[in-house]
Design a protein around this ligand. Structure first.
Ligand code: ADP
Ligand code: MG
Ligand code: MG
Length: 883
């Protein structure tokens, strides 16, 4: 069995694909060596050694010692040096390397192999005693810290004492003899702390460091990190042992880090920093101000230190070549570490570089245009959720912020405004031109106008699928939900977090990407829908097969969705049209009507409003299909609660207040979500269905007369569970259509279909397809009813379910493919079995969730419908699902 893999001198036993075995660092060192880049030779102890070690009571595999000495001998041959030699010593670094980089793992030990003898040899060879003993001092400190576990503070104190004694301020002002003395002091300290001598023997040092790396795999920090990030224990870590190269041997030496492209904006610029005469850690530690790589960067940052391009022009050119070689080879932006020793360049690390959403987009488009990757590879590289970040303003990264609380990042984007505590106040202030943040314990449908008027929403209760979160995402408003530390006091119009009190009218900023709540107005930067955004969207459209529609009922939302490239409206929630302004009164009047005549008078008012709204939507969609769902309010969302609200209804209807009160209490249901709602309302009050059908068809007739493209009306019946419901309502709809056609003297196109949102509907899909011309899966309700779980109440225990591993993700966020998905599959099959090629789509929140979109593609749906701001995300996710 091979436990050790060599690399260096233009070849390697391993490859980049072997990350599982060699860890990320080791696999890429092997890859760089094998494509001929100048990598100091070394070897990797595999992750299997780690696994073996822990499975066998902390014992190494029997062959390991022998394989390591062979590998070490090879490094000695390749460098022409000998480990522990008294004249020409080999020094190495010991670097841990898990598959994914992991905080908590052991730090790197540099300069290993130094002792009193080899340090003298290094001094003689380099002709620089200061360098040799500074390296020695650093080694003893690093080894004692990371391998022996001695507090760094001990060494810092000794260093300070040495400087004071010499009367100097800077480390590098110490004389060689001071450093030599310091090494002695450090070792004495180790003896004092451990009761054991610091290991002098290089092999003992090596095995000590190797053991420390494997040991750190099981330390508490690493364990916690793995748990949080679902990294299995069996993965293990690898250990890399590599010949040292020195960036700190004089002014022809340097060390640096770089990105092959700009990681913040994606520009094709070499971007990095370096330090002359320094060792690797110094760049990150920020001991001195690092210098720029290129003249261009130096000028743009106004730095007065010369760039690498100026200081070492030929090395810079060599590094430029390496940069292109790496990009061509890995076909992605790389993050590299390099060191220059006496005018020679060495590569010490490469990995895929982390980048902002903006840079990710730019780099994917550029690399495809350069022919480095294909269009489909470019598409696959972008996480759909990145797109979300690009569509909203974000906090200016340079801005100062005072974070006072943290909640759930419920809807992306950042917003600042004056705090208000009621929807009405939000509307009043925003009409006065003020920007406001609506702060509520939680929101309800009564607050919709306030959510619209506000720049953003903050709630103290509720989760990612709470009312505020869902509505805010739909409207593209930033939302921080469930910020429990924030205590709202409506009576005094203020909220408290710890000892901070924020009153109505005071400025706050919320960040829906991080969930942070900040005092004052933190500056934001607008979204940049640059050319590359359009390019990526166009490429996504080339590859995807499913259509993308939007859920929208207001003209603003519909226009926004169209701008984002939707191909129709998949869901118009007609009841949402009645939350606004005075409309709710007419709606309530209709619901609370005592008889048909009263109901009709309210319906007449609603007809006009509804027709106007739908006309507008048809116009905006310009010939694209618009699916209008008939009324589906759980009644409790509309019943007036306060005396004042009831008073308004009584006045509008011209009936005594007492009667309104009585009707309201009669209509109370024990379980409204399973009560008198959806098509059940239309069955008991067919005149509601008739009114809505009339509104839709009159709108279609009107728009059809004037517009070039005739509107496509899809009338959708909600909450159906039996064929007979559909039969009866379809008749009302068709009769109304005929009548409107006759009255208006025009024909228009329309289809009647149904929501599939109850398990019975899914099972009876074959029968429903006799009547329904299309299905739309209402996965919010279908999830609720399949699980028997109320979305509004799930927040109190779902987190615990997640923590205990009962559910992996919130089924209201990402479709439960096994259960709910099974019902969808059955419905698709049975529906299309009856009506070949029947059009089917999804219109729940899941329509904008990438994993659910992939499921829809596999299941053969024709379209997904999601909130306007998720349309671009869905376009990309649909393309990825099709690829
Ligand atoms: P990290 O993952 O924390 O970056 P590394 O193993 O990459 O840890 O090493 C830390 C620093 O030491 C880096 O700057 C790296 O370039 C440098 N380094 C590691 N091995 C060597 C070596 N053999 N010669 C010179 N510098 C090295
Ligand atoms: Mg590194
Ligand atoms: Mg529903």
């Amino acid at each position: 069995m091979t436990w050790v893999y060599n690399f260096g001198a233009g070849n390697a036993d391993g490859r980049a694909e072997m990350k599982n075995l060699l860890g990320g660092k080791g696999a890429n060192l092997a890859e760089m060596a094998s494509i001929g880049l100048p990598v100091p030779p070394g070897f990797t102890l595999t992750t299997e050694v780690c696994t073996h070690y822990y499975q066998n009571g902390c014992q190494y595999p029997a062959q390991l010692k022998e394989q390591v000495s062979k590998a070490l001998a090879l490094v000695e041959t390749r460098t022409g040096r000998k480990f522990g030699d008294a004249t020409n010593p080999l020094l190495v670094s010991v670097r841990s390397g898990a598959r994914a980089s992991m905080p908590g793992m052991m730090d790197t030990v540099l300069n290993l192999g130094l002792n009193n003898t080899t340090a003298e040899a290094l001094a003689k060879q380099s002709g620089d005693r200061r360098f040799a003993f500074d390296s020695y001092r650093r080694f003893v400190q690093m080894y004692s810290d990371v391998v022996l576990g001695i507090e760094l503070g001990n060494f810092e104190k000794l260093l300070e004492r040495a400087k004071a004694k010499r009367g100097v301020k800077q480390d590098h002002e110490l004389l060689p003899e001071d450093l030599e003395q310091l090494v002695k002091d450090y070792k004495a300290c180790v003896y004092l702390e451990l009761g054991e001598e610091f290991p002098e023997e290089p092999h003992q040092q090596l095995w000590g460091a190797v053991g420390a790396v494997f040991g750190s795999w099981m330390n508490q920090r690493a364990k916690t990190y793995r748990k949080l990030h679902d990294i299995p224990e069996e993965w293990g870590t690898a250990v890399n042992v590599q010949a040292m190269v020195f960036g700190n041997m004089g002014n022809d030496c340097a060390t640096g880090v770089a990105f092959t492209r700009n990681p913040s904006n994606g520009a094709k610029d070499f971007y990095g920093e370096f330090l002359v005469n320094a060792q690797g850690e110094d760049v990150v530690a920020g001991i001195r101000t690092p210098q720029e790589l290129t003249i261009k960067a130096r000028k743009s940052h106004g730095s007065d230190l010369p760039s690498l391009e100026e200081v070492m022009p030929s090395i810079f050119q060599e590094l430029e070549t390496v940069r292109h070689q790496l990009e061509n080879h890995y076909t992605d932006m790389q993050d590299i570490e390099f060191t220059i020793q006496q005018g020679k360049l060495y590569m010490l690390q490469t990995r895929t570089g982390k980048r902002t959403a903006h840079a990710a987009l730019q780099i994917a488009v550029d690399m495809a245009s350069e022919g480095l990757i294909s269009k489909s590879q470019a598409l696959m590289r972008l996480k759909p959720d990145l797109i979300d970040q690009l569509l909203h303003p974000t906090l200016d990264p340079k801005a100062k912020k005072t974070v006072i609380a943290k909640g759930l990042p419920a809807s992306p984007g950042a917003a600042a405004g004056k705090v208000v505590f009621t929807a009405d106040e939000a509307v009043t202030r925003s009409e006065n031109g003020e920007k406001v943040i609506l702060v509520r314990v939680e929101t309800s449908p009564d607050d919709i106008h306030g959510l619209h008027a506000a720049e953003g929403v903050l709630t103290t209760r509720g989760g990612m699928t709470s009312h505020a979160a869902v509505v805010a995402r739909g409207m593209g408003r930033p939302c921080v939900a469930g910020a429990g530390e924030v205590k709202v006091n409506y009576a005094s119009a203020s909220f408290e977090v710890g000892d901070v009190v924020v009153k109505e009218g005071q400025l706050v900023t919320i960040d829906g990407v991080t969930g942070e709540v900040m005092l004052g107005e933190v500056p934001t930067v607008p979204p940049q829908l640059s050319g590359s955004f359009g390019t990526i969207m166009a490429w996504a459209d080339e590859f995807r097969t499913m259509q993308v529609r939007a859920n929208a009922e207001t003209p603003t939302d519909a226009r926004q969705a169209k701008e984002f490239g939707c191909e129709g409206i998949g869901l118009v929630r007609t009841e949402h049209m009645f939350f606004e302004g005075g409309r709710i009164v007419a709606m309530r009047q209709m619901i609370l009507a005592a008889d048909k005549a009263e109901r009709q008078s309210a319906l007449n008012k609603l007809l006009a409003m509804q027709r106007e709204d739908i006309t507008e939507l048809f116009k905006i969609m310009d010939g694209l299909p618009v699916t209008v769902r008939l009324l589906d309010p759980p009644l409790h969302e509309f019943i007036p609660h306060t005396e004042a609200e009831m008073g308004l209804v009584a006045k509008a209807a011209g009936v005594p207040l007492d009667r309104v009160r009585r009707r309201a209490s009669e209509l109370q249901e024990a379980n409204p979500m399973l009560g008198h709602r959806g098509c059940r309302l239309a069955i008991t009050y067919p005149e509601i269905c008739e009114m809505q059908a009339r509104a839709i068809f009159e709108a279609a007739a009107e728009v059809g007369r004037s517009a070039k493209k005739t509107p496509v009306a899809e009338v959708m019946v909600p909450l159906v569970s039996t064929l007979e419901e559909l039969v009866q309502l379809k008749k009302v709809i068709e009769d109304t259509a005929k009548q409107v056609q006759k009255e208006q003297g025009v024909n228009f196109r329309y289809h009647v279909g149904t929501m599939v949102e109850l398990p019975r509907a899914a099972l009876q899909a074959g029968k429903l397809a006799e009547q329904a011309e299309f299905f739309s899966f209402g996965t919010n309700d279908l999830t609720q009813t399949t699980y028997g779980l109320s979305r509004d109440d799930a927040g109190s225990f779902l987190p615990e379910y997640k923590a205990k591993g009962i559910v992996e993700t919130d089924p209201f966020v990402s479709l439960d493919q096994e259960g709910v998905g099974e019902l969808i599959k059955i419905a698709v099959e049975r529906g299309r079995g009856k009506r070949a090629g029947m059009k089917m789509g999804i219109c729940g929140e899941h329509g904008g969730d990438p994993a659910s979109i992939e499921f829809c593609e596999k299941t053969g749906l024709d379209y997904v419908s999601c909130s306007p701001f998720r349309v671009p995300i869905a376009r990309l996710a649909a393309a990825q699902a099709a690829l």
